[in-house]
Design a protein around this ligand. Structure first.
Ligand code: ATP
Ligand code: MG
Length: 588
């Protein structure tokens, strides 16, 4: 492709809404364009890279025997009502009506649709196992679209669904998909970790997320170098502090004026925060949107609440749990906001972190303005409807598996896989007949890769101050041949020869033949992140060019033939992704 003929529109400055490098660079290089909040289009080079990620995903899915199909993004509400998720998905689901007022959604995911196909078309054990996938546009009306392609409201996902006769079959399908995901993300050039994850609204009992490591990532994970445990922080179990043997002291109400936060009361009374109890106040909304109950969660004052654990304990959708309105919860439960403690509450569900029963003589709110109670003890002074792990794990906390201190890291969730079990097959009625003609529910798994989020994650990990550093495997082009002086006959002729030789050998080449200053061309080449640059300048007469890898600082002089040969060698070595993955058996 000749740059003089290509539609490009680079920006010197990224728009103000772009905060992280991948968003800034994808916009500046003109690879993506914003249409509305969380809605992006792909321009020629960006779209080529999307296609390359899709091709890698396809190869690895096909290699596992998964079959590609393509379903509509428009999904009838009835199917979601059957599974119960029409309500569960909440405001994130993009709902539309047709001219006859029939309800539809723009699919945020496709469990219901794929289960529907299988319930209609699979009836015998002989048709199982089966894995169907698609690469398709998804819609989620995210509360906070941000970071460009990372959290968009329209994005491309590869979603696969496995259908097995039994749990053992599901375990095998899950392992295969896990393996395919490792290969996909490795070939895309990502540094990532697979971590245990919560299954959220998807249901099921086991899940892993694939997290591309990045400081700007929205996900946090913990891992243990001693035993290999790795999980999202929302998923990770915590270890309670050892139970204390101290005798219980008499409870004592104390005057603590204006101390509404844990830090304030601890400072006022000269206590460490781990000698206090923190209260968090929520309302649970029913399907009609009215408050159905109030929930007060208690954790030790030095911890943070893990919202996912609270939501799992309540067994309601995430969107149904909101912070309580102060006046309303005070009127119903007798709490006093800022001074809420576990003693004397009524008409609310009290949930206590599993650590609290073992702790002695803590200080809690008195449910009376400007007062706290010292020496509060579980069992003697208060109890809870649920005592469960509610707290967020922190860097340095003991590993829930082996007790060694855990470490934390941030990441971008590029994929997630779920063992769904029979949740969807039972709710939608997808059964098969076994060898004895007995009906059994099909055992399912679900497997997603964020294709466009993966593109952003690759840029997030592979860039420098000047631009993107594409891995060859998903670079929009492999080589850029730059003519230093526009109109120079010798330079143009040699560049054209190199361009043709590379293209003939199957490389994807850009020829920068624009009437621009050399500095502009070099800047653009760096911004675009093309892995190899061959610069044709003053020494063109002598058949000498400069060969430079985008990842390296130094350029090397070579004859044009050597430069072509070296570029082809480099591309051949890198085009399937980092060498350690090898080449899948059925990919040529
Ligand atoms: P998140 O926790 O980031 O909201 P999720 O767990 O809801 O994601 P899944 O339902 O597991 O997402 O979807 C599968 C994959 O689709 C994710 O691993 C992610 O890579 C991608 N994805 C999900 N939401 C978005 C989004 N808003 N924009 C871009 N990609 C997304
Ligand atoms: Mg997920």
């Amino acid at each position: 492709m000749r740059l003089s003929r290509m539609h490009i529109n680079t920006l010197r400055e990224a728009p103000a809404e772009a905060e992280i490098p991948s968003h800034i660079l994808l916009l500046r290089s003109g690879m993506i364009r914003r249409l509305a909040s969380g809605v992006y289009g792909f321009m020629p080079m960006g779209f080529r890279s999307v296609r390359k990620i899709e091709a890698i995903v396809r190869q690895e899915m096909d290699a596992k025997g998964a079959q590609e199909i393509h379903m509509s993004a428009i999904q009838p509400a009835e199917l979601w009502k059957e599974s119960g998720r029409w309500y569960v998905m909440g405001p994130e689901m993009w709902r539309v009506k047709d001219r006859r007022e029939r309800e539809f959604c723009l699919g945020p995911t496709h469990e219901e649709i794929f289960t529907d196909i299988v319930r209609n078309e699979v009836s015998s054990y002989r048709q199982l196992p089966m894995n169907l996938y698609q690469i398709q546009t998804k819609y989620r009306d995210e509360a906070r679209p941000r970071f460009g392609l990372m959290r968009a409201r329209e994005f491309v996902m590869k979603d696969a669904y496995s259908f097995d006769r039994d749990r053992a079959g599901l375990d095998r399908s899950y392992e295969e998909m896990f393996d395919a995901y490792v290969r996909v993300f490795t070939r895309c050039g990502l540094r990532f970790r697979a971590v245990e994850a919560d299954s959220g609204t998807m249901g099921g009992n086991a899940s892993h997320e694939f997290q591309a490591l990045a400081e700007s990532g929205e996900s946090e994970m913990v891992y243990c170098d001693a035993c290999g445990m790795a999980a999202t922080t929302e998923r990770a179990r915590t270890v309670d502090a050892p139970a204390e043997e101290t005798a219980m002291l008499p409870a004592e109400t104390v005057y603590t004026p204006g101390t509404r936060t844990i830090e304030e009361v601890a400072a006022y009374l000269g206590l460490a925060t781990d000698r206090t109890i923190k209260a968090l106040l929520f309302a649970v909304l029913g399907e009609e949107g009215a408050v159905s109950e109030y929930v007060i969660a208690f954790i030790r004052g030095d911890h943070e609440l893990n919202m996912t654990k609270l939501i799992n304990c309540l067994g309601v959708p995430e969107h149904a749990v909101v912070f309580a309105e102060e006046a309303d919860i005070e009127a119903v439960t007798g709490c006093v906001c800022g001074f809420t403690g576990p003693m004397g509450l009524h008409d609310c569900r009290v949930i206590a972190d599993s650590e609290l029963p073992g702790q002695r003589n803590l200080c809690a709110g008195a449910n009376k303005a400007d007062h706290h109670i010292k020496n509060v003890n579980y069992g003697r002074d208060y109890s809870a409807a649920h005592v469960t792990d509610l707290k967020l794990i922190r860097e340095g906390d003991p590993c829930p598996v082996c007790g060694a201190p855990v470490r934390t890291a941030r990441g971008v969730e590029v994929g997630q896989i779920y063992k769904l079990g029979t949740k969807y097959s039972e709710s939608l009625g997808a059964y098969y007949k076994d060898e004895n003609m007995r009906d059994s529910p099909i055992v399912m798994g679900s497997y997603g890769i964020g294709v466009t989020r993966t593109l952003a994650a690759v840029v997030e990990q592979n860039h420098d101050a000047d631009g993107i550093l594409w891995p060859v495997s998903i670079a929009p082009y492999h080589v850029i041949v730059t003519i230093v002086k526009h109109g120079d006959a010798a330079q143009t002729a040699l560049a054209e020869r190199i361009y043709a030789a590379l293209a003939d050998a199957g490389a994807e080449v850009l020829l920068d033949d624009r009437d621009e200053r050399a500095g502009v061309k070099f800047k653009d080449a760096d911004l675009f992140g093309i892995p190899v640059r061959i610069t044709v300048g003053k020494k063109a007469d002598g058949d000498i060019v400069e060969y430079k890898l985008r990842r390296e600082k130094a350029a090397v002089e070579k004859s044009s033939a050597e430069a072509v040969a070296e570029a082809l060698r480099f591309i051949e070595a890198e085009r399937f992704g980092p060498a350690k993955t090898g080449r899948p058996a059925d990919v040529s």
